[in-house]
Design a protein around this ligand. Structure first.
Ligand SMILES: C[S@@+](CC[C@H](N)C(=O)[O-])C[C@H]1O[C@@H](n2cnc3c(N)ncnc32)[C@H](O)[C@@H]1O
Length: 185
């Protein structure tokens, strides 16, 4: 089932599904997989990464039952001293409602030139509406745009959203380089 707060991904679905799919898309800290499964349903191979075995088992079942492309990856993305994304390559990375700042350098490297990032999470302004309160999990004003300053910004938003009320930063950014749009001819 689609959530009311999946608008960002749905708005840019064609851009992601239009990428060359010889490399998968990473759904970072995928939880129930609600975002990555939207892509898998469209035939896009997705790597679902999370530490939650229960969530990943549920995703695995859905992939198998529907013959959707993709696989699960049980990983602690925050293990001190580890660099889980180092050396990996994805056509795109999607990340929703998750922030671990030390991952960003490897995340930027893990997307191939011409690939995309679709990312949204809460900002410090969101504390007006409730959790999370920990500043480690909240983006500062302008922070997301700064992280992608060397990329082509396809879409950027920072502010209040409704249904449910929240304050988020959202970005769709393309890594400079080759055009990786799929060619069907
Ligand atoms: C708020 S949920 C968001 C899930 C999903 N992206 C979504 O938008 O529905 C945050 C997710 O981060 C995962 N997570 C938190 N810390 C993690 C870690 N150290 N390594 C891997 N996953 C982690 C949790 O298991 C949870 O599924």
């Amino acid at each position: 089932m689609l959530h009311t707060d999946q608008k960002l991904l749905l708005d840019y679905l064609d851009l992601v599904t239009g990428l060359d799919q010889s490399l998968p898309v990473l759904d970072l800290a995928c939880g129930s997989g609600r975002n990555g499964l939207v892509l898998a349903q469209q035939g896009v191979p997705v790597v679902f990464a999370d530490r939650s075995v229960a969530d990943l088992d549920h995703i695995k079942r859905q992939l198998s039952e529907n013959a959707w492309p993709g696989r699960t990856w049980q990983v602690d993305l925050e293990q001190p001293g580890s660099e889980p994304l180092a050396g990996l390559q994805f056509s795109a990375i999607i990340g929703f409602r998750y922030l671990h700042r030390p991952l960003f350098p490897a995340l930027l490297n893990a997307v191939i030139p011409g690939g995309l990032v679709v990312y949204e999470t809460f900002t410090t302004e969101n504390r007006r509406f409730g959790h999370p309160n920990n500043l480690d999990f909240l983006l500062n004003p302008g922070e997301l745009k700064t992280i992608f300053r060397d990329w082509q910004i396809v879409f950027y938003f920072e502010g209040d959203l409704q249904n449910p009320d929240r304050n988020m930063a959202q970005i769709v950014a393309r890594k400079p380089g080759l055009d990786n749009t799929r060619r069907d001819d």
